[in-house]
Design a protein around this ligand. Structure first.
Ligand code: NDP
Length: 328
């Protein structure tokens, strides 16, 4: 194949343009493994890259898409052979390295994780960076020592990708999960995922007090800004909040009070440059702990052609749960 189908982003006079087009094999970037992509997904960051709303893309032309699952077609890396089923997420794909909305990718073999036994490529992309990030957050909370006996877990951005998977994982682990959402009409969906309580995200829209009534032992926050500040001020002594997102803003209008008066910890979660050993642990845990039937229920499939029209919807917070993109 001399060319392949891809969502290409180019620099324009004003901002960027995105189009589904043919990309030349010869223009693939350096890497020791070439993969035939079968499935991808749409994350918040993909929405930003395609719409050009934030400077996610730092090389042009770029192929958008930060996640893929597929089959190795060529490899000079000792760990991978043609036919191996692999997952690739992050590492700058779709930002500085040609990404996943394409029939093929060429990447470093060191970036890849083997598809866990019993998990399909479609399942892996129903999880995607959003679900992987939720798992990293749960691992961080566990490492902090939190158990269901310590108290409830709050999950913000609950009806989004990270939030939905975080609720499902935490509920399965036995936590009392409080889901915070702006879409209270989704209460039924959130309870089906395992939320014990559903609250309105407006509770966290006002400026945070340095300390407020203790409400939870920990949480997963994909919103940032005043939401995260309020979460911290309401976290119990020696609890922890895993912060992974900025859907509500990049700022953090908080004080040191929760940290120095209640010993609360803020755990930073980064999925993009996450070391490979932690990735393997996270994917093994996702294979074991995530209810795949529930995941299937919250997953909606689209084609590569539909990715562009989906980008503004994810930025507008209109996507519920997870999307998979069928590539091949
Ligand atoms: P989604 O768009 O699927 O979910 C985000 C959710 O946040 C929305 O569904 C909505 O939930 C809530 N939300 C949206 N806008 C606002 C707002 N203005 N104020 C408060 N809440 C809002 O995105 P993802 O789940 O894929 O990603 C969530 C965040 O995590 C993003 O900021 C993303 O960039 C970040 N992220 C970070 C990663 C990392 O490595 N650190 C990896 C993956 C994602 P509801 O309707 O329930 O209120």
């Amino acid at each position: 194949m001399a060319t392949f189908k891809a969502v290409r982003i180019d620099k324009a006079e004003k901002g960027t343009t995105a189009a589904l087009t043919q990309f030349d094999d010869a223009d693939l970037m350096e890497g020791d493994v070439t993969v035939a992509v079968e499935w991808s997904t749409v994350n918040y960051k993909d929405g930003l890259a395609i719409s050009g709303k934030a400077p996610v893309v730092r090389r042009f032309p770029m192929i958008a898409g930060i996640d893929f699952a597929g089959t190795v077609i060529q490899s000079t890396h000792p760990s991978w052979r043609a036919g191996d089923k692999v997952i690739g997420t992050g590492w700058g794909m779709g930002e500085t390295h040609l990404g996943a909305y394409a029939e093929r990718v060429r990447v470093k073999g060191d970036w890849l994780v083997a598809l866990p036994a019993g998990m399909s490529g479609r399942d892996a992309m129903a999880i995607g960076t959003a679900g992987f990030t939720a798992m990293l957050a749960v691992l961080a909370l566990e490492k902090h020592g939190l158990t269901p006996n310590d108290g409830a877990m709050i999950v913000t951005g609950a009806a989004g990708g990270v939030g939905s998977v975080a609720i499902s994982l935490l509920a399965r682990l036995g936590f009392h999960v409080i889901a915070s959402t702006g879409r209270t009409s989704e209460a039924g969906y959130l309870r089906d995922l395992g939320a014990a309580e559903v609250i309105d995200r407006n509770e966290f829209s006002a400026a945070a007090k340095p300390l407020a009534k203790e409400r939870w032992a920990g949480g997963v926050d994909s919103v940032g800004s005043t939401t995260l500040a309020n979460l911290l001020s309401m976290t119990k002594y020696h609890g922890a909040i895993a912060a992974c997102g900025l859907a509500g803003g990049m700022d953090l209008p908080s004080s040191v009070a929760p940290f120095i008066l209640r010993g609360v910890c803020l755990l930073g979660i980064d999925s993009v440059m996450c070391p490979i050993a932690r990735r393997k642990v996270a994917w093994e845990r996702l294979a074991k702990d995530l209810d795949r039937a529930k995941l299937a229920e919250i997953t909606h499939e689209i084609s590569l052609d539909e990715v562009m029209e989906t980008a503004p919807k994810i930025l507008a917070g209109q996507i519920r749960g997870r999307l998979v993109v069928k590539i091949a």
